[in-house]
Design a protein around this ligand. Structure first.
Ligand SMILES: [Zn+2]
Length: 457
């Protein structure tokens, strides 16, 4: 009986070996290469610990560009170069401060000025605070706003299983809250951080002023402190807040997309782009956002090269400049490609963290999507990606889609922990898991291989 079982197992093993397609064998090779010889994790360590936070326009941005060129060369890129790009230069200018003042009691609040915010003067601003839950409530209470600090306490909804939907729902208060409150005479805004975390770290991120209303300072506050303010207002009508920030904007400067190429053998003038953004917010190391996307993309090139793969098309790794403040890097890349009349096939991005991969989100015509569902996803399944969706493709490759009408995609890792770290002081290397990071790189490299081999036709 035992001998029969053994023979059966042996036969099954060999049958399964012969049943494997060339594609699954090659993807297994990619996976082994990334898991055994991978450099994504050590690259992330270097980027986060040696360069650190790399705000657009800052000296660290240039250091990151230097790092990116070296990392691409080390990965074996055939050609590495910089693409010049005009970028904004917003500066935090020191530590942001805020205090909750109730009677003669003062308590410090965990705050961060929002990106693009103006600062206060050296004395700071002290004013009565008004709690506003929604923009509807702001409109209803518009006569009470003048001279006050508006505290937007809109909560990140816990109901969305895909947390990015919670982010999209709440982020309008960060983006547009200042100008909407300024319209009714507010002197500053404090925004409940756009996160579902359980700690008190404030989460920064870009805000925008309209061109009509006066620019007022805008800061994010950590969740515990947001609840503390709400509590104080609930008990007492005379609650004041003091804020002070030296945030300011300098003239635009020159930044760069950092590009590394793996030259195609059949169609060297046709491009497949894979990238992440090199800039990050300043309070931390930009590990999940978007150090992981950067090292994922470099690892795609390194692993394909290391296993001896010869791509048909040229694979371009792009470490995009300035995604966070204004999105200049992605726009510049697509506009330059258009100006040079380049032929582009596909753009892939990783900008949703370094967690266990689950799916790819595509922007693609319906008839072309079928090949992904029926043939490609089953090949990726052993490595974590088990589904794909259609609708969104990533901020930096989106201009490729709008310029050339080509398919684009973004890696979607598990989203449960992403907003614990996003734009906050704890977006650090230590919060990235090596295995999860590597699985992301494997799935991206496998997808790039499939696109290179088959296209979408
Ligand atoms: Zn990002």
């Amino acid at each position: 009986m035992i001998r029969l079982l053994f023979t059966l197992c042996f036969t099954l093993f060999f049958c399964s070996l012969f049943a494997q397609s060339d594609d699954s064998v090659l993807i297994r090779k990619i996976a082994d290469e990334v898991l055994v010889n991978g450099t994504a994790y050590s690259n992330l360590h270097n980027l986060t610990k040696k360069v650190g936070g790399r705000l657009t326009g800052s000296p660290q941005m240039y250091k990151a560009e230097e790092w990116g060129q070296n990392a691409l060369k080390d990965a074996g890129a055939d050609k590495v170069y910089l693409q010049e790009c005009n970028v904004p230069r917003w500066v935090r200018g020191g530590k942001d401060e805020a205090k909750l003042i109730v009677g003669d009691k003062q308590e410090s609040l965990a705050v961060l000025a929002l990106g693009n915010s103006v600062g206060t003067d050296a004395k700071g601003i002290t004013a009565q605070v008004i709690l506003i839950n929604t923009f509807d409530e702001l409109e209803q209470r518009k006569d009470e706003i003048k001279g006050k600090i508006v505290f937007y306490n809109y909560k990140f909804s816990p109901k969305f299983i895909e947390t990015f939907l919670g982010y999209v729902d709440a982020v309008r208060y960060r983006g547009a809250g200042a100008s909407r409150a300024s319209k009714y005479g507010a002197v500053a805004v404090l925004v409940r951080s756009i996160t579902n975390s359980t700690d008190n770290f404030p989460h920064t991120g870009a805000m925008r002023y309209d061109n009509i209303n006066p620019k007022i300072p805008a800061l994010a506050v950590g969740l515990w402190d947001a609840d503390k303010i709400a509590n104080a207002i609930g008990k007492n009508n005379d609650v004041k807040i003091f804020i002070k920030t030296n945030a300011h904007t300098l003239p635009d400067t020159v930044g760069h997309n950092v590009i590394g190429e793996f030259t195609g053998t059949e169609f060297p003038d046709q491009y497949i782009t894979v990238g992440g953004h090199l800039d990050s917010w300043d309070p931390a190391e930009g590990a999940h956002d978007d150090g992981t996307g950067v090292v994922h993309s470099i690892e795609v090139l390194r692993a394909l090269k290391a296993i001896g793969y010869k791509p048909k098309h040229t694979i371009r790794v792009v470490l995009f400049a300035d995604e966070e403040n204004r999105g200049d890097g992605g726009l510049k890349y697509a506009s330059e490609a258009k100006a040079k009349n380049e032929k582009h096939i596909f753009g892939l991005e990783s900008d949703a963290g370094g967690f266990t991969p689950r799916s790819f989100s595509f922007v693609i015509a319906k008839d072309k999507a079928e090949i992904i569902r029926s043939k490609w996803i089953p090949l990726l399944q052993p490595y974590g990606v088990y589904e794909f969706s259609v609708g969104y493709g990533g901020a930096d490759v989106e201009p490729l889609n709008s310029t050339f009408g080509i398919p684009i995609a973004e890696l979607n890792p598990d989203s449960q922990r992403y907003f614990d770290y996003h734009h906050s002081p704890n977006d650090v290397f230590e919060n990235v898991n090596k295995r999860e990071l590597e699985l992301g790189a494997i799935n991206m490299a496998a997808l790039i291989y499939l696109v290179d081999k088959y296209g979408f036709n």
